[in-house]
Design a protein around this ligand. Sequence first.
Ligand code: IVH
Length: 591
Amino acid sequence: MIKSIYDKIIELRLQLRYHNYMYYTLDSPIISDSIYDELCIQLIKLEKEYGQKKSFDISDRLLNQIGGKKLYVFSEYIHKTPMLSLNSTNDISDIIYFDKKIKKYLKNTDNIKYYCDFKFDGLAVNLFYENGLLVSASTRGDGKIGEDITKNVFTISSIPKEIKGNDFPKKIEIRGEVFMTKSDFFILNKSRISSNKKIFSNPRNAAAGSLRQLDYKITKQRKLMFFVYGYGLFHYKKKINSHYERLIKIKEWGFPLNKDFLLSGCINKIINFYNIVNIRRSKLNFEIDGIVVKVDSIFLQEKLGYVEKYPRWSIALKFPSFDVETRITGVSFQIGRTGVITPIAHFIPINIGGVTISKASLHNIGIIKKLDLHINDFILVYRAGEVIPKIRKVIISKRDKSIKKIIFPLNCLSCGTKLLYSTNLVSYFCPNDFLCPDQNLKKLIYFSSKNCLKIKGLGPKNIVKLVNYGYLNTPVDFFNLNINYLQKISGLGKKLSNKIIENINFSKNVSLDKFICSLGILYVGNSISRLLSNYFMSIEKFLYTDYLTLLKIKGIGTNIANSIIKFIQKKNNKKIILNLIQILNIFFISK
Ligand code: IVH
């Protein structure tokens, strides 16, 4: 009996996997949504009946993908040598710091030569050759295990299937970037528009979508390119101690190496290379997002080693991202865990680097003044560090009569309390602490977060639900939660609820600095909390301190001391802290 249900489950999962692939990867579903849903319902029902999801060896992988976009369709490939990542920066002057750090680490003040090349914006691949023949190709994955994409890579004409000549290592791993040219990307999207298919948002996504295809014939149609930038396993009979010389050797073996690079020990020349490439990059037919600087000597690379997955001998210097024009439609005001009000600019949605953006934090009033920002202004937006949306400037020449001044609220939009002004932060803040609903929610989320009590499994979404149900009002209530309360909120099964209760109990052991930090006192973050913890060494001493004692602590000035005193002397705050002291085991550890 059980066996037949098991078989049916596997069969359904395989069917769903196939339909996911047809839908998500090929964009050509062969069944209707309702039939797909029916299959899902059947599967879930059978799984409940079987009741032992864990006993399937492939179950979780297949289960994960249902309805989702994760396609675990390739088999795993364990890299012979790890595929490392790169430390990166957007600040070109960091190259000076990087060079200094390397010289300090190596105790070497002599000229160290650096090999600089483009940071190609595509997909990293690892190609393994045995006796000169391409035997396997894989994606980077997590650096240790990637996906086996051998069949697909065989269709890329610029990747040699056989190494040229006869002077090559028995085993070698070649590493580089697979990408799509800008012109091929436009042609591909044009044809997708005419056949009513979703377009790719940038060449990198197009390359990734084309390479990670179950059907390698599709990869073949997509004209992918390849540039080599490194290697993994490299046991050559002659010792080659230079990264540059190794790449030249690899080029002789038939691999495409981009012609633009710089080999130099002069930081000014590297900065010059960066600037010239930045100016030229829009004229290239492929996308790059920076340059990569690598210590050329393999001997020194090995001496420098790596930290986590980042080699000490290399850094990526990224280019500033492009500015995109849009228009401000309004400003909203968000309250944080310390009560500080942050203005948020909302604008007509734009796409930067494949991501749609419609708002950006303005941080404080100073920034609004500096930008001379008004509602209805035309603005230039960019993504700092390729991630965080920021307003670069207002296009004053385009300003018209419709502009409106940004007016700050006088009272808290959540609790109505009169807002106070902090000259230090150039911001308004709500002094109502846990009694302000929106501030309280942020405080609760912060209290349980990784940085504070670290209650695993209870993310912001669940906290919002618990607050809405009335189960969570102050941080004390975390410790009154029980499995029934948790199970009432959607998405939390019995097992997960039990686990969360276990995690809540576990979180009761907390160091003094983390506890102080978790309170969300204005101006008191990680480092001030550490100062306070190291000084008082007990929560009671901190709670009953006074203004003058606080001022004795190095690093604590009048603003911080004032804010702490106001916080701990408030009746409601004190009550919450005293209750928490009863429940928690707050221990001191010098940091
Ligand atoms: S070297 C240990 N060189 O950047 C060094 N990587 O952030 C490992 N990339 O996954 C990589 N161009 O896909 C290197 N010239 C270049 C590169 C490059 C692009 C990518 C690569 C890697 C990522 C690391």
